[in-house]
Design a protein around this ligand. Structure first.
Ligand code: DLL
Length: 435
């Protein structure tokens, strides 16, 4: 089933023409309305008039997460705040967080694209959707919510956490679809079983999972544990939120990118050179219709590859493969994005700790775990026989990480000079998760 037949099956040539028209509009809009873009285009010696074909975009500079941070919170907005009806933000300490803004039209388009995703997953107005993506600054909850309403389905705004209650609702309201991170789906299945619930006998038939990396192996596990079809959905808050790309239930090989709204390129992350379709590289998106915060050539840091082969489902959009990794050090821990530098920033705010640390990420059962090992200062260590003092330090770091970054971690204070010093790039992260 296809939600918007006209656009989702547009012949490639017509799609290209539409993209070029929209691209020219958005580039000239940001050039006139966003100081950052005017400067960056001037610096690169390009102007909107240079865009005669889609390939001409390659001459334009990239936008990076750092650019978003440098312009925190609203510096990249292309419209006055009076036209902005919603703000979202990624997790993070002030200045490290990236902000997403939406006009009324942006929200309408987002709802439609999420609607397209649900229909691609085989859902209709007769479905009851249990939405366990977090509601709040995170885009997952409200993004999926509006999409569910758009197709006329019944949505249960569960949000994340409170697992026992979720299992009760799954039994009582008998939703037919569930939205959450893939690791949370496994966690729900496990806890349900522990409560003596037959998690394969609920009314669920489809799951829409994303917001973190997962694998075909995890797909098989989830499908078995919940007796459902598990579908992959991709998105990022800077570009819109969930619903940038989605698998179709007919084929389930790669996620169709909604190319009438997003122009995609893959680049070599080291050189920035554009790669031919099919080669593994970093995804770069340009928003074609966003009003509040349009982004030109935004470097996602997500590594994937594009598949340009026609798809049996009839959609003419190219597909992106599973995200295979990142070209930066961002971690996703229980669905929360976090950079080691953010944890470091929290650490240096606490007296008695050195910014020498290591992060050990693992998965216990279905849950991501994070252990932060951090060195005490010499001074702190000298006076460290007081257990209470150390416990207080530990507690402080835990609390600050929870308060500022939204992550729960185990903290281990270690003696000065025990964490291996770098001989080049520091190995801050040991990721033991096998997805
Ligand atoms: O995670 C939006 C979202 C919500 C997508 C719900 C899907 C479902 P951010 O918090 O900005 O936005 O995180 C974006 O998450 O750059 C990827 O690294 C990762 N990611 C998102 N979807 C997938 C996926 C939301 N299906 C970052 N597979 C992205 C692998 C994913 N990684």
């Amino acid at each position: 089933m296809i939600y918007n037949e006209e656009f989702e099956t547009l012949p490639r040539e017509a799609l290209g023409a539409l993209q070029l028209k929209r691209l020219q509009q958005v580039v000239s809009r940001v050039h006139s309305n966003v100081d950052f873009y005017k400067k960056s285009f001037d610096k690169a010696g390009v102007s909107p008039a240079d865009l005669k074909t889609l390939d001409d975009l390659q001459r334009f500079p990239f936008t990076t997460k750092q650019d978003l941070r440098d312009n925190y919170p609203f510096g990249l907005f292309a419209t006055p705040m009076s036209n902005v009806v919603r703000l979202h933000a990624s997790s993070g300490t002030t200045g490290a967080s990236t902000v997403a803004g939406y006009t009324k039209r942006d929200i309408e388009i987002w709802a439609e694209l999420m609607g397209r995703c649900f229909v691609a997953a085989g859902l209709t107005k007769n479905d009851i959707i249990h939405n366990a993506y977090g509601y709040g600054l995170f885009t997952g909850g409200l993004g999926a919510h509006y999409g569910a309403e758009k197709i006329g389905a019944s949505v249960i705004p569960m949000s994340g956490g409170n697992t026992k209650r979720q299992i009760m609702i799954l039994q009582d309201f008998r939703p037919t679809a569930i939205c959450c991170t893939p690791s949370y789906a496994l966690n729900l299945a496990e806890q349900g079983r522990a409560m003596g619930v037959d998690m394969r006998a609920l009314a669920l038939r489809v799951g829409i999972f994303g917001a973190e990396p997962w694998s075909e192996k995890m797909r098989a596990e989830i499908e078995k544990a919940l007796n459902i079809t598990a579908m992959n959905i991709y998105g990022l808050s800077e570009i819109m939120g969930p619903g940038v790309a989605m698998e179709c239930s007919e084929v389930r090989e790669g996620m169709h990118i909604f190319e009438d709204h997003f122009l995609v390129e893959t680049i070599n992350p080291k050189t920035g050179e554009v790669l031919p379709p099919g080669e593994e590289g970093e995804l770069v998106f340009t928003t074609l219709t966003k009003e509040a915060v349009p982004l030109i050539r935004y470097r996602t840091r997500d590594i994937s590859r594009l598949n340009t082969a026609p798809c049996r489902c009839g959609r003419t959009y190219h597909r992106m493969g599973r995200v295979m990794g990142r070209s930066d050090d961002m971690l996703i821990i229980r669905g929360v994005n976090v950079f080691p530098s953010q944890i470091e920033a929290v650490m240096v705010g606490i007296e008695g700790l050195e910014p020498h640390y290591q992060l050990i990420v693992d998965r216990e059962g279905t849950l991501d775990t994070l252990e932060v090992q951090v060195e005490l200062t010499e001074k702190q260590f000298a006076g460290a026989d007081e257990v209470k003092v150390l416990q207080k330090l530990e507690g402080q770091l835990k609390k600050d990480m929870k308060d500022y970054l939204g992550i729960t971690a185990k903290v281990k204070l270690v003696e000065p000079n025990t964490i291996a010093r770098s001989e080049g790039k520091a190995t801050r992260v040991i990721d033991k998760r096998k997805l």
